[in-house]
Design a protein around this ligand. Structure first.
Ligand SMILES: C[S@@+](CC[C@H](N)C(=O)[O-])C[C@H]1O[C@@H](n2cnc3c(N)ncnc32)[C@H](O)[C@@H]1O
Length: 208
């Protein structure tokens, strides 16, 4: 898979890069905390090197974190060895393959952080996530949204062609919300870190 090769190549650099905005990250963690309980069974996809999974896992019953990049998962597992957490499992897998292999397993909370816009069909992923949640469960996402013209959107196809960028789906915050509502989700909480747009943090609920 072309994108897994891209993420494998940049995994070590990604792991070594500090979080771009610590206060925004902390607020996302704090919002997520409100939807976790000691009984929660969690599935995170596109977990990268596992930093967020390692923070949330001690608060819940069971936490599975997937990533399609073998190197990202390797780094996540190294971190887990340093701070063992028996209820946390890192798995090299796409969301699609995980769902096929575990079609009867349903989760209380699913997380897809900084990943939806990187997947080939975000609407399909949203529908899959709805199916994988228990009634009343939450889908928590953080996504880059493209509102109008940006030099980035022109540069991305060229960067992808030369292997310097992954596939990126360009959707607006409104399109993302519509895809969530079309799948059957209802809005529980929305936070936009910047009033100018660019990023949307959503907590969507599968109705009970
Ligand atoms: C921008 S990184 C985000 C990592 C982490 N969630 C974070 O917020 O730091 C995107 C991650 O999604 C993974 N990814 C891309 N497509 C995926 C898919 N179909 N299934 C699972 N992971 C995927 C990539 O390998 C990469 O590690």
């Amino acid at each position: 898979m072309a994108d897994a090769i891209f993420w494998n190549k940049i995994a070590d650099k990604y792991a070594a890069t500090p979080i771009a905005n610590e206060s925004v990250y902390q607020k996302k963690l704090a919002i997520t905390d409100k939807y976790l309980t000691e009984q929660s069974e969690i599935l995170e996809f596109g977990c990268g090197t596992g930093s967020t999974a390692l923070i949330h896992a001690p608060k819940v019953s069971d936490y599975t974190a997937l990533d399609t990049s073998a190197r990202m998962i390797e780094i996540a597992q190294e971190k887990l060895q340093q701070t063992p957490q028996s209820n946390l499992t890192f798995v090299e897998s796409t969301l699609e393959n995980w769902q096929q292999a575990h079609s009867d397993t349903k989760y209380d909370v699913m997380l897809g952080l900084n990943v939806l816009h990187l997947m080939a069909d975000y609407r399909q992923v949203i529908r899959q996530s709805f199916d994988m949640l228990k009634p009343g469960g939450y889908f928590i996402t953080s996504s880059a949204c493209f509102e109008g013209f940006s030099w980035w959107s022109l540069a991305l196809p060229v960067m992808k062609l030369i292997g310097k960028a992954p596939h990126v789906e360009k959707f607006t915050a409104k399109q993302l919300m519509q895809a969530m509502l079309d799948a059957g989700f209802v809005l529980a909480q929305e936070w936009k870190p910047s009033p100018k747009g660019g990023q949307t943090f959503l907590v969507m609920q599968r109705p009970k």
